[in-house]
Design a protein around this ligand. Structure first.
Ligand SMILES: Cc1cc2nc3c(=O)[nH]c(=O)nc-3n(C[C@H](O)[C@H](O)[C@H](O)COP(=O)(O)OP(=O)(O)OC[C@H]3O[C@@H](n4cnc5c(N)ncnc54)[C@H](O)[C@@H]3O)c2cc1C
Length: 564
């Protein structure tokens, strides 16, 4: 059996290595257009920033590794330029020699990835405007930055980097993961960074109130944000630098521009082969990663996949799914019945010391799909036991089905232990777990690492309290008309309080129940909703109608604070 794999990075390389492990006899040809296979594109922003110093560190496996270790005929600088499904052949063009050849296949695997979007805006091809996809892209960006340097002395010279002139400015277009990572790394390199984003928030997978925390953090670290403003074009100034022009009429000066406005599945070959393309513009595959042609498989950023939570077709350009899909395609080619379960967009980013992670559906998406059967809670647990030094607050938003408690999605932000909680919740979502399962989750605990009731347990206990009716819930956007009871201590209210609240500190509540109305719904407030929960229980058991405002004053600061 001869298998040809198009693309030699995440999906393609995984497929080749797995197939060899399953089938010693298969003839495997892996064709890569660029100069490297199996490189760490996820590490590119950190190489630009100097965190990963050596370019060679990005090369996870080489052509020689594939030839030697895996007996894979691995050809770099070689592009598949045509497919004939009828003849089961591909046309190859060797960019090093110019030679064109034809190869026959029994099975073909497409893992061509996705191309950075470069809209046809005026000036988009000016020098100094870069996308970040490949090792050569990162090299060019570094060279461009270093060329502009005027100072190569001192500690910077010792680090191997030429620092940037203090006046150097970068504009990053796009506030997604790559845009944020690039912004952070350019700041590390001494650039003044402006981030222009068309949406009114960064990080589209987050709901806006969570994204707002990321925005404040970026601003705190010197990144200027220009949200809700699309780029209209680029101009070169007389001095040779650039200006990024936006629809609102602003001109952001820049010595370098990074385009990170998303990626588009590379479907040219698939279209040429007459393969079915899905509604989101990716190659349509079944759960075995088989395209509409039974002998052609497709994996990675180029395919569209079913969202595990919503059942909608979606494009999720992430390395984890690409690797798993490559493995599944290899399994199926080798005769195994492996299936891709779908994706839920589990992702994480580190930005200026903060960690932001998410999995599953967000509230925006569920609203867009017209779904009503869901509820959310905001939690602010400690990363580990509060009495052990160094505990940090995690902001956690959990979304679940009201009718049966199934976990739908979660978003978390903080400095420590964020991604481990999201990873646990991601696994729970994939297993179809409910919030009742999270209540029972047995997780490792010692004071430096967690709490006997871990944030993951809380992500089950609080929603389960809501679903069992033990803790009726409300949110800040629905408190109008209710009686507002704040159970914090007076000094806390002196710092910040909501107009019109009645303050009865929790320890006094039982003695002062006579001051509360029995004919109105009481909305209970505290800092994080924990004391308000205790108060809600007291009130309910004394015959009052009471609701806990989810997340208390902490969620209010996320929800109602306007941007500067
Ligand atoms: C800067 C950056 C940072 C990222 N960070 C993260 C991260 O932190 N976490 C995460 O989960 N994901 C991250 N990703 C996304 C992740 O890298 C991709 O989802 C993953 O690499 C997709 O794998 P793939 O095999 O589909 O495509 P790729 O890994 O892009 O590989 C496709 C390869 O196919 C080659 N090719 C295309 N057409 C042809 C052809 N006709 N002939 C021969 N070769 C061809 C291309 O040259 C390319 O090398 C990042 C991506 C980038 C660019």
């Amino acid at each position: 059996m001869k298998v040809i794999i198009v693309g030699g990075v995440a999906g393609g390389a995984s497929c080749a290595a797995r197939l060899r492990r399953l089938d010693e006899k298969a003839e495997i040809l892996m064709v890569e257009r660029g100069p490297y296979v199996s490189y760490a594109n996820c590490g590119l922003p950190y190489h630009v920033g100097g965190v990963i110093e050596k370019e060679s560190s990005l090369l996870v496996a080489t052509e020689a590794t594939f030839r030697g270790q895996f007996a894979v005929d691995c050809r770099t600088r070689c592009e598949v330029v045509g497919i004939s499904p009828k003849k089961k052949t591909v046309e190859l063009k060797n960019h090093a020699t110019g030679e064109a050849t034809t190869e026959k296949y029994d099975k073909l695997v497409l893992s061509p990835g996705a191309a950075p979007i470069r809209p046809p805006l005026p000036g988009i091809d000016l020098p100094g405007i870069f996308s970040v996809r490949t090792v050569p892209d990162a090299r060019e960006i570094r060279e461009w930055i270093e060329r502009g340097s005027s100072d190569s002395t001192g500690e910077h010279a010792a680090s191997g980097f030429q620092p940037l002139d203090k006046t150097k400015r970068a504009v990053v277009v796009g506030g997604g993961y790559i845009g944020l990572e690039m912004a952070e790394n350019l700041v590390h390199r001494g650039l003044e960074v402006t981030l222009v984003e068309m949406l009114d928030q960064v990080m589209a997978p987050l709901d806006p109130e969570c994204a707002r925390l990321v925005e404040r953090h970026l601003e705190k670290h010197g990144v200027r944000l220009a949200l809700n403003d699309a780029v209209a074009g680029f101009k070169q100034t007389e001095g040779g630098s650039l200006e990024v022009l936006t629809k609102s009429g602003k001109a952001h000066p820049a010595n370098i521009v990074i385009l990170a406005i998303g990626v588009r599945p590379e479907t040219g070959l698939a279209k040429m082969a007459g393969l079915e393309i899905g509604q989101r513009g990716g190659i349509r595959v079944d759960e075995h990663m088989r395209t509409s042609d039974p002998d052609i498989f497709a994996v990675g950023d180029a395919v569209e996949v079913k969202d595990f939570v919503t059942g909608e077709w979606s494009l999720i350009p992430l390395a984890g799914p690409a690797n798993r899909q490559g493995r599944i395609a290899a399994d199926v080619i080798a005769g195994r019945d492996s299936r891709f379960r779908g994706t839920q967009g589990t992702s994480v980013i580190g930005v200026f010391g903060a960690t932001v992670a998410t999995t599953g559906a967000n509230e925006k998406l569920l609203n867009r799909l017209g779904q009503k059967d869901f509820e959310k809670v905001y939690l602010f647990p400690n990363s580990h036991a509060g009495y052990y030094p160094g505990a940090k607050t995690i902001v956690l938003k959990v979304i679940f089905r009201k009718s049966e408690g199934r976990l739908l999605g979660a978003q978390a932000l903080g400095q420590d232990g964020v991604e481990k909680r999201i990873d646990a919740l991601a696994m729970a979502i994939q297993m179809g777990a409910t919030v009742y399962d999270l209540e029972e989750a047995e997780l490792c605990y010692a004071p430096p690492f967690g709490s006997a009731k871990d944030p993951v347990n809380f992500a089950g206990m609080v929603p389960a309290d809501v679903l069992r009716g033990d803790m009726p819930l409300c949110h800040w956007d629905a408190v109008e008309g209710g009686f507002l009871l704040d159970v914090r201590n007076p000094p806390e209210l002196a710092v910040e309080h909501v107009a019109g609240v009645v303050n009865i500190p929790l320890p006094d509540l039982r003695a002062r129940l006579g001051e509360l109305p029995r004919d109105r719904e009481i909305h209970v407030i505290c800092r994080s909703a924990q004391r308000a929960y205790y108060a809600t229980r007291i009130l309910l058991q004394n015959g009052f109608k009471a609701r806990n405002i989810s997340g208390g004053m902490l969620s209010r600061s996320m929800l109602v604070t306007e941007r500067n």
